[in-house]
Design a protein around this ligand. Structure first.
Ligand code: PDD
Length: 284
């Protein structure tokens, strides 16, 4: 079934949605995006994703083309039009089309695109096995807190990981793990603490990360927000990643070395379950 997508106020068959070759998203990666999970036709963590969307736009000085009410209505309508039960909504806003110039144009109209991807996000086979990750140098730009579509290096890192048979990359900078190619990295120490990097421009401020840290604290798990080294991660009791589409997903190997017992750990499983329960209860 071809999808119905949203482009600048119009609902179109996916093959009919066309964007200018002068769009700055295409020419300069001058665009931001959000990925929102959908379960049972409902939006997960909607307010968090919208808040981050606005922050990304503000950092780049791009106007949001829709009001809050319109934005929510478009999210609901795209789910309805595509009969989306489980998967995700991808939203992108670029600065718009303008003749090629490094300076930002003054009068460009932002381009807003939304499309859906149907995907079994709850029943992910990797939950049982965990994923393997390879350590790859972090060679991205310095404003990783802005969710831009500048995703070439994360793609390259993922391909480097695939070359050595790993499912994903954990990026390393100045001797510390920053994050995964498209998810937040976390470890559980042998004394049961959840360690995750603190917020800065070095990582994307994950919406799932924030909720999982809250849930962990409520469950009595001590949380330390600090950078950790690849060595510390390899010697951890458990490791996992979080994101809008993977929720809480175990990492069972880092550079070929088994983490803990080499199978998904109990605290990771508990956090996944608590996270999914909490987010299903508040989905809109
Ligand atoms: N990626 N770090 C990076 C670099 C990411 O790209 C993502 C999300 C995250 C997790 O953020 P959140 O919990 O808000 O999804 C962390 C999305 C899912 C993507 O690019 O598809």
């Amino acid at each position: 079934m071809p999808r119905t997508v949203y482009l600048n106020g119009e609902w179109l068959a996916e093959a009919d949605a066309k964007v200018s070759i002068f769009d700055r998203g295409f020419l300069f990666a001058d665009a931001i995006y959000e990925v929102t999970g959908v379960i049972g036709g409902k939006l997960l963590e909607y307010s968090g994703h919208t808040a981050r969307l606005k922050r990304s736009l503000a950092e780049l000085g791009i106007e949001c083309p829709l009001t809050d009410e319109e934005l929510l209505a478009v999210h609901r309508e795209i789910v309805r039009r595509n009969d989306l039960n489980e998967g995700l909504i991808y939203l992108q806003i670029s600065r718009g089309a303008a003749d090629r110039d490094f300076a930002f144009p003054v009068d460009a109209q932002p381009t807003l695109v939304l499309f859906t991807q149907a995907k079994a996000v709850l029943d992910n086979p990797k939950v049982k096995t965990g994923i393997s990750v390879a350590l790859v140098p972090d060679e991205r730009w310095g404003r990783r807190d802005i969710k831009t579509v500048q995703l070439l290096y994360p793609s390259m890192a993922k391909m480097k990981a695939a070359e050595v048979g790993a499912d994903d990359a954990w990026l390393v900078e100045d001797g510390f793990v920053t994050e995964a190619s498209s998810a937040t990295s976390h470890i559980i120490t042998t004394d049961g603490k959840l360690v995750t990097r603190g917020l800065s421009n070095a990582i994307l401020h994950g919406i799932t990360r924030l909720s999982v840290l809250d849930i962990a604290r409520q469950a009595g798990i001590e949380v330390e927000e600090r950078a950790f080294t690849p060595e510390e991660a390899k010697n951890a009791a458990e490791a996992f990643v979080t994101s809008a589409t993977s929720f809480v997903l175990p990492v069972t190997r880092i550079d070929g070395q088994p983490i803990g017992t080499g199978v998904p750990g109990p605290l990771t499983a508990k956090l996944r379950q608590l996270y999914i329960e909490a987010k299903l209860a508040t989905a809109i």
